[in-house]
Design a protein around this ligand. Structure first.
Ligand code: ADP
Length: 264
């Protein structure tokens, strides 16, 4: 390592009061980033000091969802994260040029994560949420190594194809001895625009099935924390940089997202 001094990660120090959650999913496109951003903002709305670390290098959609188009600044040797909707945000996307495709490999990612945890001036956070890349990749293991007290949240859709991989993502936690605090079922149903009917666009029951499986595999209770409906405003808000819990705090999707924020 050529004498590189070991970095200090404040969240890994004994006595750290910051709760660290990795948000994981088996595959992409299930709404992991949207959920991370909205839960973070909901927590900030309830008065907590919150940070989001976007470690999903392949997606890095988090800055856009927050409406952040500026990068971090540097003061002394610390990276000062931009802040939006009351949340401090750092993204791998802030360190790549334009939309250049990211070809980082495992070891680089590990070092990037380590640097984001140690060299970013997060201040005194109550909660740090990490948007992890989809899949059962190296980065979840890196997080467990770098912050052993970190816990996981698993996001899935009701679809069988998504639940199978979500389960696998969750069972990594058995190897890393991380707690899975719960499962979020996103895109749980489509409320019919004309009546009270729910349309099970992606099937039904997937979130509960993942929660049940993980409870068995991990040997501790893994609850289904929320069922977030499909809502066109959630997508629009993500594109516009105004999270749904800000633009439409009273809709069902926002209520579900706030439930998660309250239970973490
Ligand atoms: P991931 O991080 O899992 O790849 P994203 O959060 O980027 O997923 O979501 C993928 C797309 O689906 C985005 O365009 C997002 O706005 C949209 N989306 C996510 N959740 C919902 C939802 N509940 N209702 C409508 N659109 C959603």
């Amino acid at each position: 390592r050529g004498g590189t001094p070991t970095r200090v990660i404040p969240f890994a120090q004994p006595g750290s009061l910051t709760r660290v959650y990795g948000v994981a999913s088996g595959k992409g496109g299930v709404g992991k980033s949207s959920v991370t951003v909205n839960v973070a903002v909901a927590m900030a709305q309830s008065g907590l000091k919150v940070g989001v670390l976007d470690a999903d290098i392949y997606g890095h959609s988090v800055p856009r969802m927050f409406g952040i188009d500026r990068g971090p600044t540097q003061v002394d040797k610390m990276i000062m994260p931009p802040q939006a909707h009351g949340v401090k945000v750092i993204s791998t996307g802030m360190f790549t040029r334009g939309n250049a495709p990211v070809t980082w490999r495992g070891p680089m990612l590990h070092r990037a994560l380590e640097q984001f945890l140690s060299d970013v001036f997060w201040g005194d956070l109550d909660v740090l949420l990490l948007d992890l890349p989809p899949g059962t990749g190296d980065i979840a293991i890196s997080l467990a190594q770098l912050v052993p007290s970190s816990e996981l949240l698993v996001v899935t859709t009701p679809q069988v194809a998504a639940t199978e991989v979500a389960e696998r993502a969750g069972t990594i936690a058995a190897q890393t001895r991380q707690n899975v605090v719960g499962v979020l079922e996103n895109m749980a149903y489509l409320p019919c625009p004309h009546c009270d009917e729910r349309i099970d666009l992606f099937g039904a029951g997937g979130g509960a099935a993942v929660a049940e499986r993980l409870t068995t595999v991990l040997g501790h209770d893994v609850p289904l924390l929320a069922q977030i409906p499909l809502d066109v405003r959630l997508r629009e808000g993500g594109d516009a940089g105004v999270p749904l819990v800000v633009s439409d705090p009273d809709c069902e999707a926002s209520k579900q997202l706030r439930t998660v924020a309250d239970r973490l």
